[in-house]
Design a protein around this ligand. Structure first.
Ligand SMILES: [Zn+2]
Length: 310
């Protein structure tokens, strides 16, 4: 059977969990792929992010995967329908690579940021030469399907040695032991606390106490720093909410730009004031997790007593 016929006849796998990893799917090795035979699998294209999240939350070696390269076929380009035609190509790479900022490591010439700046703006120096990466291809023949090609599934450097995570002895006690960034969940939780006015010091104090209580750091989130929380606080402080001197224009503009956290909006009318319902993604997740049969109790209100809330 020709290689592409073989690939297209593979089952499209969609595990029922919210996110899934390479361990949850059956991989095929299709012959004739260069000298090396890569691991392949088909998943729905709409679930690529679920797979990327699952791969990042790898228990043995937590990390993040970032888009290292992406190519899209321009829509106007006249195309002959070829069986192996590609609409989109995305290369995901472990965020501990591909460059190596460790002593004696190799950094690609294009990624040198000059001697003055030790790290790129606001990002810790996390690159440790990890070669783990996979490719996602969206085929013209099956646009709803993503072909995942795992070229290198081990978190090792060019020498083949573990370069981050619990297997890497040199990573012990550093961020490289865990994932390169704090989780989205913790970031959203901190943002929500900052939004309602909880000071940076209080957030850090509570965090430090919680980590001490559990007997020291056990994941990336436990290594949260003042610097990180202050950066998030600065981001909120610098965001402008008064976008126009006329209130209703200003509100309209704000709503336009914050669609992701607006769940209800009713503009001013002749008789009534405006109504704006906001919910951050973190609050939504909490509601899904802790809500009980669509029932939700709230024990704090911010000066809503004087307002007529229906
Ligand atoms: Zn890695």
């Amino acid at each position: 059977m020709a290689r592409w016929d073989e690939i297209l006849s593979l089952p499209v796998q969609s595990p029922p969990t919210l996110e899934f990893s390479a361990a949850d799917i059956v991989w095929s090795r299709v012959e004739g792929w260069r000298e090396m035979i890569d691991k392949l699998a088909l998943i729905p294209f709409s679930r690529v992010n679920d797979f990327v999240r699952g791969e990042s939350n790898n228990k043995d070696c937590p990390t993040r995967f970032h888009v290292e390269a992406r190519r899209r076929r321009p829509p106007e380009q006249a195309h002959k329908i070829k069986v192996d035609g590609i609409l989109e190509y995305i290369l995901y790479w472990c965020s501990f690579g591909p460059d190596d900022h460790r002593k004696g490591g190799v950094v690609r010439p294009s990624r040198h940021y000059g001697a003055k700046r030790k790290t790129h703006a606001g990002r810790p120096n996390t690159k440790r030469g990890c070669v783990c990466h996979f490719i996602v291809k969206r085929l013209i023949a099956e646009p709803s399907v993503a072909l995942i090609i795992y070229n290198q599934d081990k978190h090792v450097d060019k020498k083949g040695l573990p370069c981050h995570g619990p297997q890497d002895e040199k990573a012990a006690g550093t961020y490289a032991m865990f994932a390169p960034y704090i989780s989205d969940e913790l970031r959203l939780q901190i943002m929500s606390l900052l939004y309602v006015g909880v000071p940076v010091e209080t957030i850090m104090q509570r965090h430090t106490e919680a980590v001490e209580k559990q007997g020291g750091p056990s994941n990336r989130d436990d290594l949260l720093t003042h610097r990180h929380v202050r950066r998030l606080e600065r981001k909120i402080r610098r965001s402008t909410y008064e976008l126009d001197s006329v209130d209703d224009i200003s509100i309209n503009m704000w709503v336009e730009n914050h669609q992701d956290c607006v769940f209800f909006y009713k503009d001013f009318s002749e008789l009534e004031p405006f109504v704006l319902g906001l919910q951050t993604d973190w609050q939504l997740q909490q509601m899904i997790q802790f809500g009980n049969n669509s029932l939700l109790a709230s024990d704090s209100k911010f000066g809503t007593n004087k307002l007529k809330v229906c």
